[in-house]
Design a protein around this ligand. Structure first.
Ligand code: FES
Length: 111
């Protein structure tokens, strides 16, 4: 298990435990984290799982443009919420032991 901390737009932290191999989105939904809507269920077509990965974690998480598949970067470009350097679709972030303690902020447009 890995500890994942979601911070909502009001600054309230929601700390949950995620299984290694699960996605950050699945972990948020299973734990009722507000603002992770995940309308498409993780099929990379809705952007309602948008999070901002904290600067201290982005190198470990990776950036969407590093992926072979350009779909995530394209969807983020069209997302309602402003794209920032730490923007990721949380359904595309798989939890590993290296992500224990991961801090992400939930996009305000999802509230
Ligand atoms: S849940 Fe729809 S893009 Fe992530």
């Amino acid at each position: 298990m890995a500890r994942i901390v979601f911070v909502d737009p009001k600054g309230v932290s929601h700390e949950v435990q995620g299984a290694i191999g699960a996605t950050v989105m699945d972990t948020a939904v299973k734990n009722g984290v507000p603002g992770i809507v995940a309308e498409c269920g993780g099929f990379l077509s809705c952007a309602s799982c948008h999070v901002y990965v904290d600067d201290a974690w982005i190198d470990r998480v990776g950036r969407p443009e590093d992926a072979d598949d350009p779909t995530e970067a394209e969807i983020l470009d069209d997302a309602m919420a402003e794209c920032q350097p730490g923007s990721r679709l949380s359904c595309q972030v798989v939890i590993t032991e290296e992500l224990d303690g991961l801090l992400v902020r939930v996009s305000p447009e999802q509230f």
